[in-house]
Design a protein around this ligand. Structure first.
Ligand SMILES: [Mg+2]
Length: 284
């Protein structure tokens, strides 16, 4: 297998059938009142396709347009919920501004141009951070993404290095036994962060504040780090949908980010008089 083949193989998301999981039915169609729901969206692998490096992703202009319209339709109750830092999200989606949860919950912004809340940030231990960066420096094809409060090691360009990187992270952890951290496996990456926050904790806080409070959240996510959000959805009578694979505590599944974008467009596209708005039925 050539290097290019290996890369494209690694970048491709296996279908549910390939993973041995039955496909769930797609989200049902109904007519929710936009004033009663909030839409919360993971970004990488959910709204947009994964790329070889975090910087190489492409955000289609049509998606920015759809999200801007949806944000206004929902009275601002639209948020991106990502592992990326807030500044990274703003850059990717520029000039669009929406509410954001960044850094797996370390950063939060409730209004499109509001203040950033970093109350949950605990910086990653400096010695451990340097040790993790050294793993990337010494391993070809492994990239370190330093977010300050967490550090991700990406091995998408060197899939054969997965086990080596994981073992090295465990060795680095063992060298700092008094530093509490957790290691989150993602798609071709490991993320090391203090255990003080996660996406689910941040979403729980988000849903208690304006303009999200009192609405029913619909969360879409594709990865292990999204499971903490799916887990808190019942507290708000919310719904969770996974993308590309089945995840616990979800009500349905989208096959691809492209399908997600089409579904979102269904909220805002001009409707024929008798056409149903493709979105979700919310049970009382
Ligand atoms: Mg994702």
């Amino acid at each position: 297998m050539s290097g290019t083949d290996r890369l494209s193989e690694a970048a491709r998301t296996p279908s549910p059938a390939e993973q041995g999981a039955p496909a769930l039915p797609p989200p049902p169609v109904g007519h929710p009142d936009p004033a009663t729901i909030a839409v919360l969206l993971d970004v990488d692998g959910t709204l947009i396709e994964l790329a070889a490096t975090p910087q190489a992703v492409h955000v289609p202009p049509s998606l920015k347009h759809t999200l801007a319209r949806l944000r206004d339709l929902l009275g601002g109750a639209l948020a991106l919920v990502s592992g990326r830092p807030l500044a990274d999200l703003d850059n990717m989606f520029d000039p669009l501004r929406v509410a954001l949860v960044g850094g797996h919950g370390a950063e939060m912004r409730l209004k499109p141009r509001g203040e950033v809340d970093r109350a949950r940030v605990t910086p990653l231990h400096d010695g451990l951070r340097r040790r993790l960066i050294a793993i990337a420096a010494e391993t070809e094809g492994v990239l370190a993404e330093d977010k300050g409060y967490s550090l991700a090691l990406h091995y998408r360009l060197a899939p054969q290095a997965e086990r080596f990187v994981r073992d090295e992270i465990m060795r680095a952890r063992a060298a700092f036994p008094d530093v509490p951290v957790e290691v989150l496996p993602g798609k071709s990456l490991f993320e090391v962060k203090p255990p003080a926050f996660n996406k689910g904790m941040a979403v729980r806080e988000l849903m208690r504040r304006e303009p999200f409070a009192g609405r029913r959240p619909i969360f879409l996510g594709d990865d292990v780090t999204d499971e903490s959000v799916f887990a808190v959805m019942p507290e708000f009578e919310g719904l969770g949908y996974s993308v590309g694979r089945r995840l616990p505590n979800t009500q349905g599944m989208f096959a691809t980010p492209r399908e997600v974008r089409h579904w979102l467009y269904g909220f805002i596209k001009p409707r024929a008089p008798d056409a149903a708005r493709p979105s979700v039925v919310l049970k009382d």
